[in-house]
Design a protein around this ligand. Structure first.
Ligand SMILES: [Zn+2]
Length: 400
């Protein structure tokens, strides 16, 4: 995401970034970064190119390496260890409909990519089962509504398939925040069926224009006022909630901004993650300076707001403006979360996940060490959830 198509041009335009980016990239990186290869699957991602024991690649870091108690964790060598994050905070282990990738296969994906922390979101819009549809855009007219179905399967699978090298956080995605007001009742049911297991909420759809042909109705200011009881529970339990809320569309880039402002003004003490920084397939031509200035203002106003940079749509649409976003991330390093927004439909292979992880995190190759540590190495994520993990320090040599 956001890494300019032509890296040489960036190096010429912004000498300071040249230092940060280490523009003398390896051959592999150069190939990956060229515009014509941007859409090709990356054969190997998250593999260290450094030299480890016996002259091979550096071993990937284990979950244990991130434990707070592990005081001897080595510093992170950005030159030789992956630029891709150890956290995927926006991941959907099941598709909108149809078969999903099996848990052992998914775990292999994470292992291969060096991802040790994952949020398991349900899908905010499960297609009607009888439709046998697997993707909502292929099935206009078929209703897609939030449901407990995915959450339950996720809860069962995470219990049945353990993985000692992976920390999975379950998220409640059943909440239909535009229609129902029985959310508290269902949380109580989860408490009984999955005690203490769900530590996140979302992603929930406030406005998702892409879903209008599948029965999605936008949240209204009246709806937002009715969220108070369940938002209180989330606050008390320190549960962050991820909201998908389109900022606007190409015709009017800030059309829906007032709705998100209403949410934030009503619940300033809730930890809220704004998915995709409000961007979407319907908003791909916004002036990036305007976008960043809106984000900056709202982050300053609401200290409990975070932005997730998931979804390759962001990379595809805004990579020409990399320096603007790199500067923004460097200036707000403690408010950004990485993620892929991968949807684990059964037919997908590892290379698709690797490619999405690569695209959504390319910008992280260029941020400064402080931002890299907080975003890619998980510090923001650990703090947000109060986890017993910490990001390693970045090796000083990486900044030289
Ligand atoms: Zn998503």
């Amino acid at each position: 995401m956001f890494t300019p198509k032509n890296q040489t041009a960036v190096c010429l335009i912004i000498p300071a970034l040249l230092i940060l980016a280490g523009c003398a990239t390896t051959k592999t990186e150069t190939v990956i970064d060229s515009a014509k290869d941007a859409n090709k699957p990356i054969p190997v991602v998250a593999q260290s190119t450094g030299t480890g024991v016996g002259g091979g690649p550096l071993p990937k870091r284990s979950l244990n390496d991130f434990k707070k108690s592990n005081v001897n964790a080595p510093c992170y060598d950005r030159k030789n260890e992956p630029f891709t994050p150890v956290v995927d905070s926006h991941f959907h282990p099941r598709p909108f409909g149809g078969k999903a990738i099996t848990p052992p296969e998914l775990y292999r994906f994470f292992d291969e990519a060096g991802v040790r922390f994952v949020n398991y979101y349900g899908i905010g819009q499960v297609l009607e089962l009888k439709s046998e549809c697997t993707y909502y855009l292929d099935c206009p007219g078929v209703n897609a509504e939030p449901s407990v179905k995915n959450d339950f399967v996720n809860g069962m699978e995470v219990t049945a398939y353990k993985h000692e090298n992976l920390n999975i956080v379950l998220s409640m995605t059943f909440m239909d925040i535009s229609k129902r007001d029985d959310i508290l009742k269902t949380i109580k049911m989860y408490d009984k069926e999955f005690p203490g297991m769900f530590k996140w909420a979302g992603e929930l759809n406030v406005v998702k224009a892409a879903l209008t042909k599948n029965g999605h109705t936008y949240v209204t200011p009246e709806n937002i006022a009715k969220w108070a009881p369940f938002m209180k529970v989330l606050r008390e339990r320190n549960i962050p909630v991820t909201l998908h809320s389109d900022l606007g569309n190409d015709a009017n880039p800030t059309l829906y901004l007032p709705l998100m402002q209403k949410v934030l003004a009503t619940y300033p003490n809730n930890k809220i993650v704004w998915a995709h920084m409000g961007l979407s397939k319907e908003l791909t031509k916004m002036n990036p300076d305007l976008h960043v200035s809106i984000m900056k203002k709202i982050l300053d106003q609401y200290p409990n707001l975070y932005l997730d940079i998931s979804w390759d749509v962001l990379y595809e649409s805004y990579r020409d403006f990399g320096p603007i976003f790199i500067k923004f991330f460097n200036e707000n390093p403690d408010r950004i979360l990485p993620g892929t927004d991968f949807v684990a439909a059964g037919h997908k292979e590892y290379k698709t996940y690797a490619n999405e992880l690569d695209l959504t995190s390319r910008v992280l190759k260029y941020v400064n060490d402080d931002a890299f540590r907080q975003i890619a190495l998980g510090e923001n994520y650990f703090k947000l959830l109060g986890l017993d993990y910490q990001a390693p320090q970045v090796c000083p040599s990486a900044a030289n």
